[in-house]
Ligand binder design. Structure first.
Ligand code: PDD
Length: 284
């Protein structure tokens, strides 16, 4: 049975109830995080909590809690192991529908876990490459806030599925921003490129780690604009997220990327990345 966290209580998921007037439900007036735990240990937990606090401040939801304590207890009550934790904080409920809100509202805090497949033993050959489409980025201009208003993301992913591929990449003002729920990287002549951090993309925790690893291991990288031509003529394209890790994209809008195979720079980064995960899991 799954145990979830709701407003100070740990309880079976069937018993967790939220008001129909909750602003998260009515307006998407809420923010969230998705945090992997490996063998019960939070992956880059401080960074995730830092981003949560950034999102909360940006949308003016006041909520200061012992996030680490809550999440670690939740993970332990769900058996530890490899779990992805979803944490959502809404502005709360005023018992009626009204766009305007009062600062006195009590935020709703909800968290649950899902199992993540065992990346423990995953190797290069276990990673399934993706095909993607490029679509217009119709989101707002505060994509640095991890808000639950995900309708544009959901619709483009569905569009990708309708077109028989697995991912949609957003393009705004002729520049690629990111994927429907992931950051974007390209490799050209051995150099790694990714869009600069701005309010047009989410500051991905995985993205940050990739740049740190590139720096540490002598992989040249640059945060720079990527337009459609550079994307399609890249030697390698990858996407990254907490749930999927780092995944190669081998076809975009029906055109093959590079030689249509997982690239050597991806492979190197994948190995560096899984090494960090394994060290965490074994407590080394
Ligand atoms: N999403 N960009 C967007 C729009 C995202 O939704 C995500 C992650 C990322 C990658 O961020 P990170 O490396 O911190 O996971 C980038 C999560 C996984 C989700 O919505 O489920």
């Amino acid at each position: 049975m799954n145990i979830v966290y709701l407003n100070g209580e740990f309880l079976p998921e069937q018993e967790a109830k939220v008001s129909v007037f909750d602003r998260g439900f009515l307006f998407g007036d809420s923010v969230y995080e998705v945090i992997p735990f490996y063998q019960g240990v939070g992956f880059r937990l401080d960074e995730h909590i830092g981003r949560l606090n950034h999102s909360l401040r940006a949308v003016r939801i006041q909520n200061d809690q012992d996030w680490v304590g809550i999440l670690e207890q939740l993970v332990s009550k769900n058996g530890g192991g490899n779990l992805s934790v979803y944490l959502q904080v809404t502005r709360g409920s005023a018992g009626k529908r009204s766009h305007a809100y009062d600062d006195s509202l009590q935020p709703t805090v909800f968290a649950c876990c899902t199992e993540i497949k065992d990346i423990w033993q995953a190797g290069v050959d276990d990673v399934v490459s993706l095909k993607a489409i490029v679509t217009e980025d119709l989101r707002w201009h505060r994509c640095d806030i991890k808000s639950t208003c995900l309708l544009p993301n959901i619709l483009v992913l569905q569009q990708a599925k309708d077109e028989g591929v697995q991912e949609a990449l957003f393009s705004r003002d002729e520049k690629l921003t990111e994927g429907s729920a992931c950051n974007l990287f390209i490799v050209k002549r051995g150099v790694l490129y990714t869009p600069k951090r701005s309010s047009e993309i989410l500051g991905g925790i995985t993205r940050e780690l990739i740049l740190e690893l590139a720096d540490k291991h002598g992989i040249q990288f640059q945060e720079s604009d990527i337009d459609y031509d550079r994307l399609l003529s890249a030697d390698e394209v990858w996407v990254s997220s907490s749930t999927r890790g780092i995944v190669p994209v081998i076809e975009i809008d029906g055109q093959q990327i590079g030689n249509g195979q997982k690239g050597p720079v991806w492979q190197k980064m994948f190995e560096l990345f899984t090494d960090v995960q394994r060290k965490l899991m074994t407590g080394r």
